[in-house]
Design a protein around this ligand. Structure first.
Ligand SMILES: Cc1cc2nc3c(=O)[nH]c(=O)nc-3n(C[C@H](O)[C@H](O)[C@H](O)COP(=O)(O)OP(=O)(O)OC[C@H]3O[C@@H](n4cnc5c(N)ncnc54)[C@H](O)[C@@H]3O)c2cc1C
Length: 476
């Protein structure tokens, strides 16, 4: 055995934490079977005689065979598609949700052609963003105009409106989700009209649409608040698990962005602190190269399968290879990590003040019950907001994300951890795996029935619903 192959570097940990294939067991039910893999679905012939390909999400746990796919090039085309609809419509962004938000046997609508940044105003620090714009394109186009997003998730593959659907977030004590950076929205309603909303006009709709789930209409465009273009310094280092838990709040307060990756069965934790930096202060050092994350992490996991009694020792040995590391770059380059290892993920947000305590209990439970997982657990801080179905509604949050490799069974692992997250009053990420249904969401969200009422007013026939949304929103 070449033990160098299981010595991890810091990039390995990040990549491994970002990547699998779920066979079943996601929240609720989807319109299409989660069991039939896309390869078994050759596609069908649509009403216009053209081939309609099956759809699958990023991790491969959700798939469906829509009867029609639409890709409008203009807002007017979108409106006429809605006015002429004879069957339900589901929107798709970039398919990066693990929960069955997208699957439909009917019309699948993508705004991938309605993309790009317009009317950028570097003085006012605002810009219009078309709904289909990938976050990677958003970062680059804003940068060309002398602007940056205020914060960002840890990948940048999502479509802008898809990210808003689930309160997609990064990390930072003073920084809310991407939706909190939106100033106003244009939404194509089920009646085929454009409805505009902001905090000052149509404010109920605005506060609902910040976590819209694709249930209120089709988002076509948004006005985004931005920051002046800025550079970031990212510093990551390994510390003991105990130190990481003890110092979590201190490090959160000391940095613009702070997050942790805890190693199940290990005694260590990776800290990542990110702060703005004056470009003149950036040293002339070569860019940090990524290692072969999959190989190193996968080799470690495979070895543990054969030698489970050495699990803790092997994890600690692997962690011992992690040297402190510093990266510098434009904001969007540092935020947008590469995730080339597929995984399944469950994420809950608990109140910020109990976050480390909850994480400690999860790590102890994994050790106590010898749960066979080595995938790092990611923990982040997010500022509270006023968005009705946001996991951060009226409280600052600490998100805890559990992952497992696509070909490892995640169900027993998640089932052992989910009750701990409930105990700490956790709210699930709407785009990730959970087992909650409408009654449990109602107990967690005081504006849950307001969201349902507004949705019913905007779309009484349920044009924009699928089976999963009916399940989590309690619509018969
Ligand atoms: C590798 C990976 C890393 C991730 N990292 C993070 C992270 O750092 N932080 C975080 O919070 N989440 C993260 N996520 C989750 C992800 O950000 C969310 O699930 C997000 O909602 C996915 O966006 P999408 O564009 O892929 O949308 P999809 O998954 O395609 O769709 C999501 C929802 O948006 C709706 N929708 C899409 N476009 C429109 C539109 N124009 N109008 C109306 N509804 C629309 C869909 O109908 C659906 O309900 C990650 C996921 C993966 C796979």
């Amino acid at each position: 055995m070449n033990f160098d192959r299981i010595r991890l570097n810091r990039r390995d940990l990040l990549k491994a934490s970002a990547t699998a294939l779920v066979a079943s067991g996601t929240a609720g039910v989807s319109s299409c079977s989660s069991q039939v893999k896309p390869a078994a679905m050759p596609g069908i012939t649509g009403p216009d005689g053209r081939r309609v390909l099956p759809w699958s999400n990023w991790s491969g746990n959700q798939h469906c065979q829509p009867s029609q796919r639409l890709l409008p090039k203009k807002e007017e085309e979108l409106l006429s598609a809605i006015k002429n609809a004879t069957q339900p419509i589901r929107c798709v962004g970039s398919g990066h949700s693990f929960s069955p938000l997208v699957p439909t046997n009917h019309t699948l609508l993508s705004l991938a052609r309605l993309r790009g940044v317009e009317n950028a105003d570097p003085q006012a620090l605002e810009a219009d963003v078309w709904a289909g714009t990938r976050l990677s394109q958003l970062g680059k186009e804003l940068w060309q105009q002398g602007m940056s997003t205020i914060n960002m998730s840890d990948i940048d593959s999502q479509a802008f409106a898809g990210a808003l659907a689930t309160s997609t977030h990064g990390t930072g004590k003073q920084l809310g989700s991407l939706s909190t950076q939106v100033k106003s929205l244009r939404i194509a309603s089920a009646a085929g009209d454009i409805v505009e909303c902001s905090a000052g006009s149509n404010s109920d709709l605005f506060h609902a649409a910040g976590n819209h789930l694709g249930a209120l209409g089709v988002i076509s465009k948004a006005r985004l608040r931005t920051d002046k273009a800025y550079y970031l310094k990212e510093y990551s280092w390994m510390m003991t698990e105990e130190e990481g838990l003890e110092r979590a709040q201190e490090l959160r307060d000391a940095h613009r962005h702070y997050e942790m990756y805890a190693l199940p069965h290990g005694d260590y934790m990776l800290g990542i602190a990110i702060d703005k930096i004056d470009p003149a202060a950036i040293p002339d050092v070569p860019a940090v190269e990524s290692g072969d994350a999959y190989e190193a992490f996968r080799t470690l996991a495979n070895l543990i399968d054969y030698l489970p009694f050495l699990r803790s020792w092997l994890v600690n040995f692997g962690a011992g290879g992690v040297e402190p590391e510093t990266r510098y770059g434009a904001s969007h380059e540092i935020f947008g990590n590469l995730r080339d290892i597929r995984f399944n993920e469950m994420e809950y947000t608990v109140p910020a003040e109990v976050g480390p305590q909850c994480l400690r209990e999860i790590l102890q439970t994994i050790k106590k019950h010898n749960i066979p997982v080595v995938f790092p657990i990611e923990a982040r801080y997010i500022k509270g907001d006023d968005i009705w179905l946001s996991p951060f509604y009226r409280r600052d949050g600490f998100s805890i994300s559990c992952h497992n490799f696509h070909d490892k069974d995640y169900k027993k692992y998640f089932a052992a951890i989910e009750p701990i997250l409930w105990k700490y009053d956790g709210r699930p990420h709407w785009g990730k795996i959970h087992t909650l249904s409408a009654a449990e969401f109602r107990a967690r969200y005081e504006r849950f029935d307001d969201f349902r009422r507004l949705r019913a007013e905007l779309d009484p026939q349920g044009l924009f619903l699928n089976d999963h949304l009916r399940h989590v929103l309690g619509v018969s």
